[in-house]
Design a protein around this ligand. Structure first.
Ligand SMILES: [Cu+2]
Length: 575
């Protein structure tokens, strides 16, 4: 019996040698070297660096903002004093219309205005133009990514673009729709001047408003129950006198399953009533509030508005698929089916990572406190997570339910349309804060930190302690280079982020010799296989497996024959 076992054992021992032989004869493909593409600067001087400083304009105190891309202080002064009260010199430094914000009438004599007339228009970003192949007026959420948006915007004058030669939207026209701030008890006329080609409305979600206004007009912004939609070219005034403070929401209620995701949604804050309380009526692009209200300054050092939203690529392409409102209406209202939709883009304050680093940081200092007002404008659930801190929820949908309802945790869940006020504390005690540093924050629903499925992108941003921020507002990060994230190629699925981390490019992409014309194959063929690349690779893998089997069989046979002829072989070597 052992005579049969021995040759089998012998063959089996030789079998592993087949892989050594294979390795020697069947070389791995070389690594390809994918060009990174043009890298944008993290922060070039987009704006006058003095815009970052604390300053007083026309008597309006404006806090410093160490962000790369801070708001224009002249805009902020006009938002606080009203375009009717600000000096002409300051108004000329903005692109606001002269009647954008009219404030006045201190009815209770407490030193601040009690009547506000706030005018909103509707702007289209990255829309269709009959004159150009590319979309206009442009607003990039990340390098090269331009979904079409409709947004509410302060009433502006002059061009919608930066200049005649640059299609980039002027800074007042952007996603998200601006945060609106008023004071508790003020009489507010919110005027929607519909400058868009489709009907729209404003629904004041959570904000105290009467069902009918004084003239018997519906005031709820709902076409089916309250008042006719605001037709293109016409306007409607919503009249409110909110009795309760809080972080609220406003959005269009016309075809809301399409118009809300298209961007017609914003944060609406009713500030607590205090004497001499001039509030910043607009916070364009959300983010840091540079003129916080009196009540916020009583408790906090900083205030940040955080508007999260998502976009389905398909919907946002449809909205620029024609130059005829009938066709756009047909595609969005009759053909688009939101029940089959999936979100592709995730934005914080209108931008995705890495652009969030330029304007949506939370800048902190040790032992200081920030008030963070969050709106979940996504279509789905949201899970706010801040590294290195456990912020405390104080208000739910704008309501303070008392200290027994305050919750400190590191993930705060929110369903769509909910608002949460968080208190972020810089006390380094291992609970409130783990200490100074650069701490990421993001929605912890995993797809939310991707951009069209590519990570890390989406709504990621950073809590940055002041000591970790350079004079241009760039956080001092440690670890990977951020350069790839600032290229268009990375978001086009072309560049493998780890390619250049060793001389061998061992974590890049292999060259596939059979398809020499292709620089690389997609890293994840399952996502979008391009037929030639993946088939060739699969075929190559199959043939090498069969080859290895044949090698093993041949070597086994050789061993067996050698065993049978062992006497003759001994003779060949003498003894
Ligand atoms: Cu609408």
């Amino acid at each position: 019996m052992h005579k049969k076992v021995l040759p089998i054992l012998c063959g089996a021992m030789l079998l592993p040698m087949s892989s050594l032989v294979t390795a020697a004869t069947n070389k791995l493909p070389a690594s390809s070297s994918v060009k990174m593409g043009a890298v944008e600067e993290v922060c070039s001087d987009f704006v006058d660096p003095k815009w970052r400083d604390a300053q007083v304009i026309d008597g309006v105190e404006i806090q410093e903002s160490r962000m790369c891309n801070p708001d224009n202080p002249a805009d902020i002064a006009a938002f606080v004093k009203g375009t009717n009260n600000i000096s002409m010199a300051t108004l000329m430094q903005t692109q606001l219309a002269a009647d954008a914000i009219t404030v006045g009438n201190d009815m209770d004599g407490d030193g601040d205005p009690d009547h506000y007339i706030i005018k909103l228009e509707i702007a289209e970003l990255n829309g269709h133009s009959p004159d150009m192949r590319e979309p206009t007026t442009t607003f990039d959420i990340a390098p090269g990514i331009q979904p079409t948006f409709w947004v509410f915007a302060p009433k502006t004058r002059d061009m919608s673009t930066l200049s005649l030669y640059e299609p980039i939207a002027n800074p007042l026209l952007r996603a998200p729709s601006p945060v609106i701030r008023v004071e508790q008890g003020d009489i507010v006329w919110l005027v929607l001047e519909n400058s868009h080609y489709l009907p729209h409305s404003i629904h004041l979600h959570g904000i105290d408003h009467p069902f009918m206004d004084h003239s018997g007009e519906g005031n709820d912004g709902v076409g089916q129950t309250s008042s006719m939609d605001v037709m293109p070219g016409s306007s409607k005034t919503y009249v409110i006198k909110p009795r309760q403070p809080g972080t609220m929401y406003y959005h269009c209620h016309v075809q809301p399953h399409v118009h809300i995701p298209m961007g017609l949604q914003g944060i609406f804050v009713v500030e607590e009533n205090r004497p001499n309380n001039w509030v910043q009526v607009f916070n364009v692009g959300a983010g840091q509030v540079r003129h916080p209200s009196v009540a916020v300054k009583e408790k906090y050092d900083y205030e940040y508005d955080m508007h999260y939203q998502s976009a389905d690529k398909e919907l946002h392409l449809m909205a620029r698929s024609a130059n005829d409102p009938r066709l756009i209406g047909k595609r969005l209202n009759l053909e688009y089916d939101i029940t089959d939709s999936t979100p592709d883009y995730f934005m914080l304050n209108g931008r995705s990572f890495p652009y969030t680093l330029r304007e949506s940081l939370i800048i902190m200092e040790e032992n200081k406190k920030a008030k963070i007002r969050i709106l979940n404008g996504h279509e789905e659930a949201f899970a706010m997570h801040i590294h290195g801190h456990k912020p405390m929820a104080t208000h739910y949908d704008g309501v303070d339910n008392g200290p027994s309802s305050y919750i400190k945790r590191d993930v705060h869940g929110m369903v769509p349309a909910q608002r949460l006020d968080l208190e972020l504390s810089g006390v380094d005690d291992g609970l409130n804060s783990f200490g100074q540093g650069v701490w990421m924050f993001h929605d912890h629903v995993e797809k939310s930190f991707t951009t069209d499925g590519i990570g890390e992108g989406g709504d990621i941003s950073l809590v940055v302690y002041k000591n970790f921020l350079n004079e241009k507002g760039i956080p001092e990060v440690h670890g990977m280079s951020l350069a790839p994230y600032f290229t268009k190629e990375f978001w086009q699925r072309k560049y493998p982020a780890w390619q250049d981390y060793d001389a061998w490019k061992s974590l890049g992409l292999p060259e596939i010799k059979a398809t020499k014309e292709k620089a690389f194959v997609p890293a994840a063929p399952a996502a979008k296989p391009t037929a030639a690349g993946t088939d060739t690779q699969a075929a190559a893998n199959k043939s090498s497996f069969i080859g290895q089997l044949l090698y093993g069989f041949a070597l086994g046979l050789l061993g067996y024959v050698a065993y049978l002829k062992r006497e003759k072989i001994k003779g060949l070597f003498g003894k």
